[in-house]
Design a protein around this ligand. Structure first.
Ligand code: ADP
Length: 263
């Protein structure tokens, strides 16, 4: 009887510990949701006045101004546009981090997404004399996910590859199916990323201390967005990179349908 009492006592303690843990998890989830909502609200609040500033700056662009005024206007225009980029990225970050807004998966033809991304980044690539090409199999590579979000993943990776490479280098976007998964590889021959930087790469606002990389424009939010999108699709990211040699970002996503291989 004593033993039963002891076991019962232990069981009750276990249940209480479990309940406490469960409560803590719920509290953390609520906090996380609150944080996400706060960021979204903040971003909206900042965006409205900023949109009016950008509008007035655009209006002044056609005016006949010179010297200091022209310089000031141009600096304000650059600053305001940068803020718009940060705010848009923050809004997207909070959207793709919101567990109340899950992905509604559909088959996404990554070949079409890749073609769109090449189009989208072609001006930036040309400016830096970087050639970007797609390597895809003859069969369609179909991921299961949200087309806009997957477009964003590929375009962030390609635009980074372009930004963080020396002129004359090339970038390859490779697509393949691997069993139940599809694989997208973005390979560059660029600056590469140090082992130290690799650890913080997917953190919000992280930018490398590498002076050549910092010279490129950016918000430090791109890879944080990529990581969240890939995670909420049930995928994962791998990175092979060596300083001075280049980087390969490999994204694995669930495939929409499995094709028989070797047939
Ligand atoms: P951003 O490009 O706006 O700074 P990201 O989150 O996209 O922000 O990238 C974070 C940092 O990671 C960049 O500032 C850059 O230093 C580094 N990085 C990203 N992609 C590459 C790449 N392909 N090659 C070298 N460095 C990269």
């Amino acid at each position: 009887a004593l033993d039963i009492g002891h076991d019962l006592g232990t069981a009750i303690l276990n249940v209480r510990a479990f309940e406490r843990e469960h409560r803590l998890v719920k509290e953390l989830q609520a906090l996380d949701q609150y944080k996400g909502q706060l960021i979204a609200t903040l971003a909206h609040e900042l965006k409205n006045p900023l949109t009016s500033i950008v509008g007035y700056l655009e209006m002044l662009e056609g005016e006949d101004v010179h010297g200091a005024v022209e310089q000031a206007l141009s600096a304000m225009d650059r600053g305001a546009r940068r803020m718009v980029r940060v705010i848009d990225d923050l809004l997207l970050l909070s959207k793709v981090g919101d567990p109340g807004n899950p992905v509604i998966p559909q088959p996404v033809d990554l070949g079409a997404v890749a073609a769109d991304v090449i189009d989208l980044t072609s001006v930036a690539a040309q400016k830096r004399s970087i050639s970007v090409h797609v390597e895809a199999p003859a069969y369609p590579v179909l991921a299961s996910g949200d087309p806009d979000e997957l477009d964003r993943v590929l375009s962030n990776l390609v635009s980074n590859a372009v930004k963080y490479s020396d002129p004359g280098r090339s970038v390859a976007l490779r697509l393949a199916q691997d069993g139940e998964e599809v694989v997208v590889e973005c390979c560059d021959e660029g600056f590469g990323i140090s082992a130290e930087d690799q650890e913080k790469l997917f953190t919000e606002f992280f930018r490398s201390t590498n002076p050549v990389a910092v010279a490129q424009p950016g918000t430090g939010l791109g890879l944080a967005i990529v990581a969240r999108i890939v995670a909420r699709h049930g995928g994962r990211i791998e990175l092979d990179s060596e300083l001075g040699r280049g980087s390969t970002f490999r994204v694995r996503l669930p495939a929409a349908t499995s094709f028989p291989t070797g047939g």
